[in-house]
Design a protein around this ligand. Structure first.
Ligand code: ADP
Ligand code: DP6
Ligand code: CO
Length: 330
């Protein structure tokens, strides 16, 4: 029996954000969210269950990981071991084609890839929706990375119905320009940041109320392929999320001077008639939602302030898929 599989999962950027859990054990969110899966940023993860291992072994970008990181993936793999009724430990080798822990959603592609690989390696045959609930238990944003295009994670009512579904394949000239202002790992993880916000920010109830309206409006905009409306809702939703953090105690912010420089360039481009809109996550990096056909023009404008190595143009990405042996060795 082949107990090994390698799966690729793409990262996704939320247009309507997930920011806060109503249940920390099961990763149940306070609100539904909606994202765009990205083609250029992804994680490849190989999982091999081996009877003779004394514990899980985890390599990230060819470096053996210590106890803390290994413990995280062990707890996650336990969910799959329980499902399969096996006690076999695993060797995990993961490569991030995205900066780790920098606000570019490495945890989303990471846990979607790990879930997909564990599902295949143990031949569990979990359907995508169920697999999405498993990915959720590793990192909330991973729930959405099982699928490509525009994806909605429905907050659900229980652990079994809090999963994602594909809303639209985003093949109507949709793209993103990523301004990687700072690729270093952040000081406040997404997990810690959202927890502090939920527990201490008086703005939090207003955020959940707004997010619940925004998800309805953005799905209408997607159904009509109304790009301007899509962008306006995206930008406003991201700003509201960042506003909640300023109300937290102690307050915090992921913004850096370069984040504002990027935002100002986007505003100027809009004045010049190019529809493009910003969103930011738990990090200083700015993502510009745009027409893919106008991404080069937007990149050129950003080059006035940022070097080319900080700018990534990407189109919509696909859902998870198993890699062939040749792709694996590349
Ligand atoms: P990001 O903005 O990159 O998603 P988070 O703080 O949400 O940042 O998550 C980063 C964490 O995700 C890392 O500290 C690590 O624990 C985990 N992670 C990132 N990449 C991988 C990977 N390829 N395999 C397993 N875990 C990963
Ligand atoms: C701002 O999914 O990284 O990117 O569930 O604790 O692992 P955990 O957090 P994570 O949070 C993502 C927060 C966000 C918004 C989003 O992706 O929806
Ligand atoms: Co994350």
């Amino acid at each position: 029996m082949q107990n090994k599989a390698c799966v690729r999962a793409h990262t996704n950027i939320a247009l309507i954000k997930y920011w806060g859990k109503r249940d920390e054990t099961y990763f149940l969110p306070m609100n539904s969210s909606l994202s765009l899966t990205l083609d250029k940023l992804y994680t490849d993860t190989m999982v091999s269950f081996e009877e003779d291992l004394a514990g899980d072994v985890f390599y990230l970008n060819d470096e053996l990981q210590g106890e803390k990181e290994t413990q995280k993936i062990s707890a996650f793999l336990d969910l799959f071991r329980k499902e399969k009724k096996t006690t076999a430990f695993a060797r995990v080798e993961s490569h991030n084609h995205v900066p780790t822990a920098a606000g570019l959603a490495s945890s989303a592609s990471a846990f979607a890839a790990l879930a997909g690989a564990a599902n295949r390696a143990l031949q569990l045959h979990l359907d995508p929706q169920t697999l999405s609930t498993f990915a959720r238990r590793g990192s909330g944003s991973a729930t959405r990375s099982i699928y490509g295009g525009f994806v909605e994670w429905d907050m659900g009512t229980t652990s079994d119905d809090s999963f994602a579904i594909e809303v639209d394949d985003a093949s109507w000239d949709i793209g993103m320009v990523i301004v990687a202002v700072n690729k270093k790992a952040k000081e406040v993880s997404s997990r810690e940041g959202m927890k502090r916000t939920v527990e201490t920010s008086p703005f939090y109830p207003a955020w959940t109320q707004a997010a619940k309206k925004d998800i309805v409006s953005i799905k209408e905009a997607i159904a009509k392929k109304d790009f301007i409306r899509l962008g306006e809702i995206t930008e406003a939703n991201g700003m509201k999320m960042h506003g909640t953090m300023l109300g937290a105690e102690p307050p915090f912010s992921y913004w850096e001077p370069d984040s504002i420089r990027a935002i100002n360039i986007v505003k100027q481009l809009r004045k010049e008639g190019i529809p493009c809109y910003v969103t930011m996550d738990a990090g200083p990096n700015v993502k510009v939602l745009c027409r893919l056909s106008q991404a080069e023009t937007i990149k050129t404008a950003l080059l006035s302030c940022f070097s080319a190595d900080k700018l990534i143009i990407t189109g919509p990405g696909a859902g998870i898929r198993e890699l062939t042996a040749t792709e694996r060795s590349e």
